[in-house]
Write a protein that binds this ligand. Structure first.
Ligand code: CP
Ligand code: NVA
Length: 331
C-alpha cells in the first residue's frame, strides 16, 4: 500500500505504522545520497517553517534549519524569550496564528501535551523536536545510523539503552523498537527501573506483541549480552540539573566503558549517543560539577572516541532524517 504522510504531524513514533517509519527512513537514505552527490533540492520551495524552542539545542535546531534550506524553504526561529507564546498569548492562539503564517511548526519544550495541542490547533503539521517524554526525530536518525553500520535488518537487532532509563530518550527508543520489531533493553539501576513509566512500557509491549519486538527493563549486566547497539544519554536531562548528585550516585556503575562494550560479547557492537555528551571535562558543566565532587561522565572518552563509536555519523543523520520528515509531511 502506498504511504502518504502529507499533512500529518510528527509527535511520536507511536502515531506511525512500521511501513510509514520505513518510508521516512528510505526517504532519508535517498535525501542523504542526493546531498552527498551535491544535488540541490527544491522539494520545499515556497514553504516556510517556524522553530519554537523552549529548551536549548544544537543538532535539532540546525537539522531543521539546514534541512529546510537545502530544499528551498524559509525558516523562522523563536525561543521562549523572543515570542509571546504562553506568556502574553495562549498556546491555542499562538498555534492558530502560526498556522496562518507557516507550512510546518517544530516545537521543543517540556510537556508532550504542548506539542499535541499545537498540532490540534495549528492546522498545519507540527514536529516534535523533544519533550520531557519523547524525542522521535532522534530515533529516526539512530535507526538510519544502524542501517549504515549494521549488516542486518532492524528487526534482527538488539538495542541496549544504558543509564537514565526513565528519560525521554529511553521512552522514545521503547516506542521505536516496538514499532520496528526490535529487541530493546533498558539497562539501569533498580531505583530508576522502579521509576520507569509503566504506561509507556505497557503501550510499547502492546505494539511489540504485533511486531515481534521484545521490550525489557533490567538491572542485570547479563541483559546486555548480544547487543548490536549500546546507547546512552546524559544522566540529568535538561531541567533536571538539580538531580545531578543523586544521579551520579546511582549511575556511576552504569557509565559506558570498554569493559561494558566487551560484556556485550559482540565485537561489532556500535556505540550511539544522541549528544550532547559528557565524556571528558571540556565543558563548563562537567568542570564545575567535578569541582563539587561529581564526575558526570556517562561514557568514557576512550569509548566515545573509539572504534565502536558512530556518534558523529548519528549527529549528521539528524539532518537527513529531519529533512525526510519535513519533505514527507509538507512538500
Ligand atoms: N540530540 C539532540 O537533540 O541534540 P540537541 O539538544 O543539540 O538538539
Ligand atoms: N535526555 C536529554 C536528551 C538531549 C538530546 C535531555 O532531554 O536533555
Amino acid at each position: 500500500m502506498a504511504v502518504n504522510l502529507k499533512g500529518r504531524s510528527f509527535l511520536t513514533l507511536m502515531d506511525f505504522t512500521p511501513e510509514e517509519i520505513r518510508y521516512m527512513l528510505d526517504l532519508a537514505h535517498d535525501l542523504k545520497a542526493k546531498k552527498r552527490a551535491g544535488i540541490k533540492g527544491e522539494l520545499l520551495k515556497g514553504k516556510n517553517i517556524v522553530l519554537l524552542f523552549e529548551k536549548t539545542s544544537t543538532r535539532t535546531r540546525c537539522a531543521f534549519e539546514v534541512g529546510a534550506m537545502d530544499e528551498g524553504a524559509g525558516v523562522t526561529f523563536l525561543d521562549s524569550k523572543s515570542s509571546q507564546m504562553g506568556k502574553k498569548e495562549s498556546l491555542e492562539d499562538t498555534a492558530k496564528v502560526l498556522g496562518r503564517f507557516f507550512d510546518g511548526i517544530e516545537y521543543r519544550g517540556y510537556d508532550q501535551e504542548v506539542v499535541e495541542n499545537l498540532a490540534k490547533f495549528a492546522g498545519v503539521p507540527v514536529w516534535n523536536g523533544l519533550t520531557d517524554v519523547d524525542h522521535p526525530t532522534q530515533i529516526l536518525a539512530d535507526m538510519l545510523t544502524m542501517e549504515e553500520h549494521i549488516a542486518k535488518p532492524l528487526n534482527r537487532c538488539k538495542v541496549v539503552f544504558v543509564g537514565d532509563i526513565r528519560n525521554n530518550m529511553a521512552y522514545a527508543w521503547m516506542y521505536g523498537c516496538a514499532k520496528m520489531g526490535m529487541h530493546f533493553v533498558a539497562y539501569g539501576p533498580k531505583e530508576l527501573a522502579d521509576q520507569v513509566d509503566a504506561d509507556v512500557v505497557a503501550r510499547a509491549r502492546e505494539v511489540a506483541a504485533e511486531t515481534g519486538a521484545v521490550i525489557e527493563v533490567s538491572s542485570d549486566i547479563a541483559s546486555i549480552k548480544g547487543a548490536d547497539v549500546l546507547y546512552t544519554d546524559i544522566w540529568a536531562s535538561m531541567g533536571e540539573e538539580d538531580q545531578i548528585p543523586e544521579r551520579v550516585r546511582m549511575l556511576t556503575p552504569f557509565r559506558v566503558t570498554e569493559e561494558m562494550l566487551e560484556a556485550t560479547g559482540n565485537d561489532d557492537v556500535i556505540f550511539l549517543h544522541c549528544l550532547p555528551s559528557f565524556h571528558d571535562f571540556e565543558t563548563t558543566m562537567a568542570k564545575s560539577q567535578k569541582e563539587l565532587g561529581y564526575d558526570i561522565r556517562e561514557v568514557t572518552d576512550e569509548v566515545f572516541r573509539g572504534r565502536h563509536s558512530k556518534v558523529f555519523d548519528e549527529a549528521e543523520n539528524r539532518m537527513h532524517t529531519i529533512k525526510a520528515v519535513m519533505v514527507a509531511t509538507i512538500a
